[in-house]
Every structure is written in structure tokens, then in C-alpha cells.
Design a protein around this ligand. Structure first.
Ligand code: GDP
Length: 315
């Protein structure tokens, strides 16, 4: 596998940047990355040209049109159209151009909004996802149907992985649309820097989430790349739920913020409990994440502080 020519689309994103670093560490040398200025992946001609020019043997498709909840609400059509076209074209042309193995990722938001926690892979088709991001998440979710159909009809080796709540270096730390971990790291860091004695956290602190350090998630992707060749989707997560309150306290401690945390009850809690079942990950991939939440947070904070001056971090 290490000798294969591997095309990674979306390599400039959160997962992509971490994946490239880890693949290189594992000794993968023949990696090809592309950017949106090279090829517009929503145009079939461009996608065909990409496969003709690059001739990859393996594809890890991380390209997606992503955004926060506000952007999803404002432009649902863009999120639907771009993701469904891009996902469909890239997998189709990969098959047409003789690619040996194809990996696609979809978010945990593809699961039904009311799936019981911990969410099992079998629950994927048991209901409609959270309506705010459904145009995005359903478009992404079609890659499961496509992968299974292409496997059945053409023997095409496409697999789909479902990471849980990711966090770590290269995450989106924007004040407008980041997830809870990067948002709070930034809030505590800036409060401390500016001498403020109060940080606002959203909701009640009662919800639970299952966080996986991105370094572990990309290791799971590499394990799947090397050893997993079956049609079933696989969750990639820690299998442990933590309350937002405990999370906030840990981040406050690690950033050495000594002030007060104020809970803003006007902000939504979102889903109350959201964990992911990881039995299939253990059984089919033989994979277990190595980084506990505390050390993952410490690494993320260290990275954030080091990169704070970059425009891409302080969005
Ligand atoms: P979700 O899993 O889609 O709900 O993702 P989020 O990471 O946006 O939110 C997870 C939980 O963290 C929710 O209960 C939020 O209310 C809570 N939370 C607390 N403070 C913040 C914050 O500053 N930003 C975000 N995004 N969530 C926060």
C-alpha cells in the first residue's frame, strides 16, 4: 500500500492536513493532493481530467463543501448540490479510471436526528437527520448508497467511514461557526490574554458528546486503508461520552483560566446525548484510539497557542 499512488482530495481541510502528516510518518511517499484551483470537482470534465492526469491507484475523497449551522441555513441548496455532485462524480470517475480502492468520509450528522445514543451503524437509515443540516448530510450520505451499489455491480472497492465529533490541530477556531472544543479553547485563551474574568459557554452544560482526537481518527483511516475492504460503514470515535460541563472545566484548567464560566441558557443545547457505538470499529478494524480527552485537549491547546497569529486560525 505504501508504494501506491494515492490521491487525497480536500487535503487542505481539517482531516486532510492531519491525514497527510500521518501518512508521511507511516512512510507513504506517493501522495498526490489537489486544490479547487486545479480542478473544479463539481464539473465532470475537470474530474475526468484529474483522473487522466494523476492516474491514482487509491483515492481518499475528503473534498466537501462545508460550513457552520448558519451557512447551512442560509444556503441549503448550495450545500446539497455541491456535495451530491462532487461526491457522485469523484466516486464514479474513480471507478471509470480503474481506481483499486476508494475511501469516503461522512459526518455523524448523517445519522437520524433521533437515533438513540450510542449511535449504531445499523441506525443510519432509521430516520431523517437534523433538518438544519439535512441538505448537506443527506448529500454526503448518498456515498453509502453509491459505494454499495458500485461494489455490487462493478466489484468496486469503496468504503465509507463515519467519524464522530473530531477535534485537534487545524480545526476551525472561528468565533462564528466553530464546534464546542475549538470555540472554548479560543474563548478561554483570549479571556486570559485580555485579562477578562468571565467566559460564556452555551446552553446548560448537560449534553454529552463523544469526542475523538483527529490524530486518532486519521490513524483509523490509515488502518481502514490498509486492512478494511467491506461494504459496511464503520463509526470512528472514542466510545466515551463526556458532559459539556466537564469538558468546559477541563479546558479552563488546561488553559489556566482562573475566572468564572457563565452558562448562556438562550443558546441551544442541541441533541442531549450523542455517543457513537464503536464495537464495529474494534471488531472490523481492530482499532482503538490512543489519545484520551485530556491529552488530546492539551495537544490541541498547544497547537492553537503556537498558531494563534495565523489568519487561518483566527477566523
Ligand atoms: P453539536 O454536536 O452539533 O451540537 O456540536 P457543537 O460542538 O456545536 O455543540 C456541542 C455542545 O456544546 C452543545 O450542547 C452546545 O450548546 C455546547 N457549547 C457550549 N459552548 C459552546 C460554544 O461556545 N460553541 C459551540 N459550538 N457549542 C458550545
Amino acid at each position: 500500500m505504501k508504494e501506491k499512488r494515492i490521491l487525497i482530495t480536500g487535503s487542505g481541510g481539517f482531516v486532510g492536513r492531519n491525514l497527510i502528516e500521518h501518512l508521511r510518518r507511516h512512510g507513504y511517499k506517493n501522495l498526490v493532493t489537489v486544490s479547487a484551483t486545479d480542478y473544479n470537482l463539481t464539473e465532470q470534465e475537470d474530474v475526468r481530467r484529474m483522473f487522466k492526469e494523476i492516474r491514482p491507484e487509491i483515492v481518499i475523497n475528503l473534498a466537501a463543501y462545508v460550513g457552520g449551522i448558519l451557512a447551512n441555513k442560509e444556503r441549503p441548496a448550495d450545500f446539497f448540490y455541491k456535495n451530491i455532485v462532487m461526491g457522485t462524480l469523484v466516486m464514479h470517475e474513480a471507478k471509470e479510471h480503474g481506481v483499486e480502492k476508494f475511501i469516503a468520509l461522512i459526518g455523524g450528522c448523517s445519522y437520524p436526528a433521533h437515533a438513540p445514543s450510542p449511535i449504531k451503524e445499523e441506525d443510519m437509515w432509521e430516520g431523517y437527520p437534523q433538518p438544519e443540516s439535512a441538505p448537506y448530510s443527506l448529500a454526503k450520505k448518498m456515498s453509502i448508497v453509491q459505494a454499495q451499489a458500485y461494489r455490487q455491480q462493478f466489484g468496486f472497492n469503496a468504503i465509507v467511514l463515519v467519524p464522530g465529533n473530531l477535534y485537534g490541530p487545524h480545526d476551525n477556531f472561528s468565533l462564528k461557526n466553530s464546534h464546542v472544543i475549538p470555540a472554548l479553547i479560543r474563548k478561554f485563551y483570549e479571556a486570559k490574554k485580555e485579562g477578562k474574568d468571565e467566559v460564556v459557554s452555551w446552553g446548560s452544560g448537560k449534553p454529552t458528546r463523544d469526542f475523538i482526537y483527529v490524530g486518532d481518527a486519521v490513524e483509523a483511516i490509515i488502518t481502514a486503508l490498509e486492512d478494511y475492504n467491506e461494504p459496511d460503514i464503520v463509526n470512528i470515535s472514542s466510545g466515551t461520552e463526556v458532559s459539556i460541563k466537564d469538558l468546559v472545566e477541563t479546558i479552563a484548567e488546561l488553559t489556566q483560566f482562573k475566572g468564572k464560566v457563565v452558562w448562556d441558557a438562550t443558546k441551544p443545547d442541541g441533541q442531549l446525548y450523542k455517543g457513537f457505538a464503536v464495537e464495529r470499529m474494534r471488531k472490523k478494524l481492530g482499532f482503538e484510539p490512543k489519545t484520551d480527552l485530556r491529552s488530546g485537549l492539551a495537544k490541541t491547546i498547544e497547537w492553537f497557542e503556537k498558531n494563534y497569529d495565523k489568519d487561518t486560525v483566527r477566523l
